[in-house]
Ligand binder design. Structure first.
Ligand code: MG
Length: 277
């Protein structure tokens, strides 16, 4: 895909956009701001393979199951976690198994991820690591800058809202998110990133160029483009052993990202461009 660099930067621009009008910014959380849950795929994928092996009589090999699981986990990333678990239940059913409630798979996943998350949080509390190491580079500085510019910032995450609120606090970014922090709910039909975006558009009667969406998942980029909002894709590198980063950037571009960044190291240049400031 053709792009130009925003002058004097390594920020890639793929579409012409009308800059200078943005008043509201919706951020994704994991992989966009936070690295607290980095490596979650390394927990989710093996768990799903295990359930496929124990809850069905499948003759498929470990490798075959892995490639099936990796495909749908990757495809459903960005939506609420429950959708990945619903797909797992479907795969179990397809193989003649009798799946549990997807919510119990999700609970089990959260239980398995918890020690990793808690270790990072306690290392942070003990001063063994600094918040910087758990944030996408310069995301804190970028959020702070927008906050000081009086831009309304929001979080919308597919991770459970209680976790997101707690982790945003730990990373020191909660105060900048003056528009609110939204995340997955047990009643999953009551939340989606699309719903958050729609509510902001309605509440403030915005046109597309007044709203900016920033995320590393193609779901939020797709949601942004569906309402003509400006979309910045974050092609951040996540730690997973399944090579899911390989086409992350291409996918963000394919679904219509206007701009691609690796992280926020050129955040000042990005704000200057987007806000004509
Ligand atoms: Mg993300």
């Amino acid at each position: 895909m053709k792009f130009t660099y925003i002058q004097g930067t390594s920020i890639e621009q793929y579409n012409e956009i009308e800059t200078g009008f943005i008043k509201h910014v919706v951020f994704d959380f994991d992989g966009t701001i936070s690295l607290i849950r980095d490596g979650w795929q390394n927990v989710m994928v093996p768990m799903m393979i295990e359930f496929l092996q124990t809850e069905t009589d499948t003759k498929e090999s470990q490798e075959e199951l892995e490639s099936i699981v990796v495909e749908f986990v990757d495809r459903l990333t960005g939506k609420q976690t429950i959708y990945q678990m619903m797909q797992l239940a479907e795969e179990i059913e397809k193989r003649g198994g009798k799946p549990q409630d997807p919510l119990s798979y999700k609970d089990e996943y959260n239980n398995r991820l918890l020690p990793i998350v808690e270790k990072r949080i306690s290392d942070l509390a003990d001063g063994k690591i600094t918040p910087d190491t758990l944030r996408v580079p310069n995301s804190f500085e970028f959020l702070k800058k927008l906050y000081e510019m009086d831009i309304q910032c929001y979080l919308a995450s597919g991770t459970d809202v209680e976790f997101v609120k707690n982790e945003a606090n730990l990373l020191g970014v909660s105060d900048f998110l003056n528009g609110g922090i939204y995340g997955a709910l047990r009643e999953y039909k009551k939340f989606s990133k699309e719903m958050v975006i729609q509510k902001i558009l309605n509440d403030f009667n915005l046109s597309g160029n007044e709203l900016l969406i920033i995320g590393d998942g193609y779901v939020e980029i797709q949601n942004a483009k569906a309402v003509n909002a400006i979309a910045v894709g974050v092609a951040s590198v996540e730690d997973n052993i399944y090579n899911m980063n390989a086409d992350k950037r291409e996918r963000l571009i394919r679904v219509g990202a206007d701009i691609i960044i690796d992280d926020f190291r050129e955040g000042d240049e990005l704000t200057r461009f987007l806000f004509n400031s």
